[in-house]
Design a protein around this ligand. Structure first.
Ligand SMILES: [Zn+2]
Length: 691
């Protein structure tokens, strides 16, 4: 920092940084990460041109974000904003003077602010800027002078209370580092969107507090690294500030996990074994995925091969044994870890909440699949793509975005899933902890709604990426890219497509450097080689494009050049590995990247969902039609299936002899899974038996 800037910075309490270069205003800035294969365009450089994801962004901007503020601002619906006001000395919290709501609400509120910052980067709406200024002022007043931010402790501290109620890091389930981590991440996005350092100054204070704790009480800090959003946050802060001490802090945060004593560590929090010894995903899936994402961020910077090795093993373990076809993770409400010091001893077995199960343990009716776990998985897998360039990770990212993230919120944008089952039957009315119908609010845990809103607000950042002399097309969606490489050269590209409703994609170059540039485009791994045709300026190219890789064309591009991809995908029946007991002899429908499901309101009169099956010998005869569900344009399929004669089960009847009966042909409809539950409280199933 120059002396004058330092002086002015000290005077105003602001952080003084140089102007941001191309790529440094991106969601995740890997422009200078030595072990990243590419970097993202800036936050406002990709624009949707309608389409499925563009429509979701518009609903996010116009409904999801403003509606969520009405929840946060109403103390009868949420305590998050109220707690910040109290901590800032600006309110009385319904007159009780006590913070309320879940202790991780600070971080959840800040995720929503991140969504605001992203939308501002696209729209430059001055009202959003002013709204963020107002919020940041309150958050700044709520934050303690030493950088600590957790309203549940700050409020009693400011009221002179002592004891456990006011003591920080007393209870690891208070998520203090999670809250501060989201402050740091949101501040990076806010700075990149606005150029203002007001929130970044708060983030630095929080990171400095964590840094101090890391030096003085590392074991305590490690023990409290619950849902460690601060790993990603601190690496991103390093990328903004370029101060090596923040990268060193990120490294230390991973190293100190080994300090958690065996009697405290558990698979629940992934701290029973040191990270480098991890070979399979365990425990609370949100915590696991946030941890893995943070480690991948660190690897992108320091290239520590001892971090990459477990990351690869873990990602293969999840994709190969523990991932739902919808790209969701964390199958079990309550699991158990028998992997203690001596697994033969019952006393070492620990319970695990919202857990990665054992291999192939993927129930449908009782699936947990917290929306945050899916989002955490997406963040982790994106980072795996970033550090490997392996198109298989782009496939996984797309799978989880469409089928895991999008269902987390209703099409109208006001109701949320906390858990995401793949099957819902009204007769299965066993009360579980969370509703299997989307809800307008979750007062005891509002982590998922703002997480899904920020992810939808930010989805355009993942469509394209850049590396020296190359532009990557990772996702197919109607959009425009207008960006610059770090060397200042410009690329402008328009993507015309109705994907995922069909596989025709046209990439139109509008501006490109004079020098040869490589256009890389993902050939999805779920295509067969004969399902892809690539044309350059109308001429078919030799069939050298392998599914599961990035195809590429290198040339000196001129304005008007076109590349067309014809991905000839059709609705297809998929099956699961038979070791997944819950889906034995069942199939599901996939169309391109989308998983489909059948809902009870699309069945013929008198046919129940439990009685419906598909035939492997009679073609399903998929008939595609475009229609509107809850105001959203979707592609549905009418298909031929079978229905068994109904014979009701008596309550308490668990088994009975089979009555032979011939199934009769029926016709019904399948809808994209992400659109389920938007036409009333329907029964639903992703998987259907085959007869
Ligand atoms: Zn959540």
């Amino acid at each position: 920092m120059k002396p004058l800037n330092l002086f002015l910075g000290l005077l105003s309490g602001c952080v003084c940084l140089g102007p941001l270069a191309a790529g440094e205003k991106s969601l995740i800035d890997t422009t200078r990460s030595p072990h990243a294969k590419f970097y993202m365009p800036d936050l406002g450089d990709v624009r949707w041109n309608g389409g499925l994801l563009g429509d979701r962004f518009e609903v996010c901007r116009t409904v999801m974000i403003p509606h969520m503020w009405t929840i946060f601002a109403d103390p009868h619906e949420s305590h998050a904003w109220d707690n910040f006001l109290m901590a800032a000395g600006l309110g009385e919290g319904r007159g009780t003077g006590k913070p309320h709501g879940p202790p991780f609400n600070d971080g959840d509120f800040l995720k929503w602010v991140e969504a605001l910052a992203q939308v501002y980067a696209v729209t430059k709406d001055p009202k959003i800027d002013a709204e963020m200024d107002r919020i940041i002022e309150v958050v700044g007043k709520a934050q303690r002078e030493d950088g600590y931010l957790h309203t549940h402790k700050i409020v009693p501290q400011r009221r002179g209370q002592s004891g456990a109620v006011a003591k920080e890091f007393e209870d690891r389930e208070h998520f203090e580092t999670y809250n501060m981590g989201h402050l740091i991440t949101t501040a990076c996005v806010h700075y990149r969107a606005t150029g203002k350092t007001t929130m970044l100054a708060l983030a630095r204070k929080a990171a400095d507090y964590i840094d101090q704790l890391c030096k003085t009480r590392p074991q305590e800090l490690a023990r409290n690294a619950i849902c460690p959003s601060h790993y990603m946050g601190v690496v991103e802060l390093y990328r903004v500030t370029r101060e090596p001490r923040y990268l060193e802090l990120a490294k230390q945060l991973i190293e100190i996990r080994s300090l958690v004593p065996p009697e405290v560590g558990s698979d629940h929090n992934q701290d029973r074994t040191p990270f480098r010894e991890s070979t399979e995903a365990v425990g609370h899936a949100v915590r696991a995925n946030y941890l893995y994402a943070g480690v991948a961020d660190l690897y992108a910077e320091n290239g520590d091969a001892t971090l990459l090795k477990p990351l690869l093993a873990l990602s293969h373990d999840v994709a190969g044994q523990k991932l739902y076809i919808t790209g969701m993770t964390g199958a079990l409400y309550d699991g158990a870890s028998p992997d203690g010091a001596d697994h033969r001893q019952h006393r070492y077995i620990k319970t695990i909440h919202q857990a990665y199960g054992r291999d192939y343990q993927l129930p449908n009716l009782t699936a947990y699949n917290e929306t945050c776990a899916t989002i955490g998985y997406g963040m982790w897998i994106w980072r795996m793509l970033t550090v490997t360039g392996d198109a298989a990770y782009a496939d996984l990212f797309e799978q989880t975005l469409y089928n895991g993230v999008l269902p987390g919120i209703s099409l109208e944008g006001k109701d949320y899933f906390y858990v995401n089952p793949l099957k819902k039957l009204n007769d299965f009315d066993y009360p579980l902890r969370w509703s299997r119908t989307r809800q307008p609010n979750y007062k005891s845990s509002f982590c998922c709604p703002p997480n899904v809103v920020r992810t939808i607000a930010e989805a355009h950042n993942y469509v394209y990426s850049l590396s020296p002399g190359a532009v990557w097309v990772n996702l197919y969606a109607a959009s425009t890219l207008d960006t610059k490489w770090t060397d200042g050269s410009r690329i402008k590209l328009r993507q015309e497509t109705e994907y995922p409703w069909n596989g025709a994609v046209k990439l139109v170059i509008e501006d490109a450097p004079a020098a040869e540039t490589t256009l890389k485009f993902r050939i999805p791994g779920w295509l067969s080689p004969d399902q892809i045709v690539v044309k350059l300026n109308g001429a078919v190219l030799p069939s050298q494009f392998q599914p599961g890789t990035y195809g590429f064309i290198k040339r000196a591009w001129k304005a008007g050049d076109t590349v067309e991809l014809a991905m000839n995908f059709q609705p297809t029946l998929w099956e699961a590995n038979p070791l997944v007991e819950e889906t034995v002899n069942q199939v599901t429908i996939k169309y391109g990247p989308l998983v489909y499901c059948v809902e009870s309101n699309d069945l013929p009169e008198g046919v129940r969902l439990e009685d419906v099956a598909l035939s492997l010998t009679t073609p399903a005869g998929f008939q595609a039609q475009r229609e509107s569900i809850a105001g959203a344009d979707v592609l549905t399929f009418t298909l031929n299936g079978l229905a068994l004669p109904r014979r009701d089960w008596v309550k308490g009847e668990l088994y009975r002899p089979v009555t032979p009966a011939a199934p009769r042909p029926v016709t019904f409809k399948a809808v994209p899974y992400y659109a389920c539950g938007n036409r009333g409280d329907t029964e639903m199933s992703v998987w259907l038996p085959v007869r």
